[in-house]
Write a protein that binds this ligand. Structure first.
Ligand SMILES: N[C@@H](CCC(=O)N[C@@H](CS)C(=O)NCC(=O)O)C(=O)O
Length: 405
């Protein structure tokens, strides 16, 4: 059989890619592209297309299909073993994966950190580990007496657990999992997928980003009516809790409405008309500030379309501040080597009141930009996306991007 296997360096792609590579199966391994998007509307990988058009999704189904061609012994010696293999694989791909991601995704900044769900994830993950540890106390492999697909898929699901959760302490708690995992990832079949893997010393913990000192807001930007607080105090106390106002509402109306800029940017030619309009009519340093916004965890990014989805999610969570800012963010680079950067125009002189409406705002680093020629060049490119981004002196092409408006 031959065809295309869409996969990337993500957990669920490891075993299927390893099987194709180790057994030299006749499948082309490709990162998701436009053709993939057309054929698989859910956009999930791995996915396989045979030359005759047959499509198979779900990593377990694909792995079984590849193992059947590569080495049927990986599917067990009989039906009982095959069913146990499916049972372990399914347990790994749903329960272990779910609790593993719940434990570390907030810690490494992939989603907003929530202590309760991370702690619960860890507790559930350890329950899963207890089950695997118990089996491996008595046996070398998960099913039968030799290596099967169960070992490969369960080890795959433990990849991120060992990257983020299993430090020295935790490995001592699960010595049989540790020994078995180390054996499986070093088998000839799987080792090509773990060449960069390193054990961690300590479990990763959530580190809240340091709060920046607030600069006092300039006088001109204080609420205009001095009498307002007094008048409010004289109002009868309402039983209903008041809907909190957005803190930036206190700055009053700016001279230039941001909505007009948003219309100009959407409707006019960017370089010719919108950019000159922005600098002439919109940006007033007394009322607005400019910010470079960089994702802090570029090392964790994989596929460019997923990085762009991350930006989309961030923008959705910022919607309460739409009236007070405008921004463009781009994904630069290629699959498995990309980063996120961008620029925002923000009402007032601080970024925090505008951004902390999104629970994941602290996954981004904010640098205030003065309107120097160099910074204007960066901002203009974030508006136009027509030149590569410069990162550490290297020019890197823009792959995708989103506008917050
Ligand atoms: N049930 C599917 C899930 C596949 C899946 O969630 N794949 C992830 C990578 S591990 C993915 O494609 N994520 C892309 C996204 O969420 O945008 C399977 O087991 O194969």
């Amino acid at each position: 059989m031959s065809g295309t296997l869409y996969a990337a360096d993500l957990t669920r792609g490891k075993v299927v890619k390893a099987l194709v590579k180790h057994y030299k199966l006749d499948y082309k391994i490709e990162a998701p592209n436009d053709e993939f998007k057309k054929q698989f509307p859910l956009g999930l990988i791995p996915a396989l297309v045979e030359k005759d058009g047959l499509k198979i999704t779900e990593c377990i189904a694909i792995a079984v299909r590849l193992a059947r061609q590569a080495n049927p012994a990986l599917l067990g010696a009989n039906d009982d073993e095959f069913d146990q293999i499916l049972s372990w694989a399914s347990f790994a791909n749903s329960d272990i994966m779910k609790h593993s991601v719940a434990t570390w995704a907030g810690i490494i900044g992939k989603v907003p950190y929530n202590k309760k769900s991370s702690d619960q994830g860890l507790q559930d993950l350890f329950t899963c580990c207890d089950i695997v540890e118990q089996r491996l106390y008595d046996y070398t492999f998960l099913v039968g007496e030799s290596l099967t697909l169960a070992d490969l898929i369960v080890a795959q699901s433990f990849w991120r657990v060992f990257c983020f959760v299993m430090g020295q302490e935790e490995r001592k708690k699960y010595p049989n999992i540790y020994k078995w995992f180390n054996t499986i990832i070093n088998t000839d079949i799987l080792k090509s997928e773990f060449t960069d893997f390193e054990y961690i010393e300590k479990k990763k913990e959530f580190v809240p980003p340091k709060k920046e000192k607030k600069a006092p807001a300039p006088k001109a930007e204080q609420p205009k009516k001095e009498a307002a607080p007094k008048a409010a105090a004289e109002e009868p106390v309402s039983e209903e809790p008041k809907k909190p106002k957005h803190p930036l509402e206190l700055l009053g109306k700016p001279k230039q409405a941001i909505d007009e800029w948003k219309r100009v940017y959407s409707n006019e030619e960017t370089r010719e008309t919108a950019i000159p309009w922005f600098w002439k009519n919109m940006y007033d340093p007394e009322e607005w500030s400019l910010w470079k916004v960089d994702y802090k965890y570029n090392d964790e990014l994989t596929l460019t379309f997923m990085s762009n989805n991350l930006v989309g999610g961030f923008f959705n969570r910022l919607s309460a501040s739409t009236k007070y800012m405008f921004g463009c963010m781009v994904v630069y680079g290629v699959n498995n080597d990309n980063g996120i950067t961008g620029f925002f125009l923000v009402r007032g002189q601080e970024h925090e009141p505008a951004f902390d409406v999104a629970p994941d705002w602290e996954s981004y680093a904010f640098t205030k930009l003065e309107p120097t020629e160099e910074n204007k060049k960066f901002i203009n490119n974030m508006l136009a996306w027509d030149e590569p981004v410069e990162v550490d002196g290297k020019k890197i092409e823009i792959a995708d991007g989103k506008v917050f408006k």
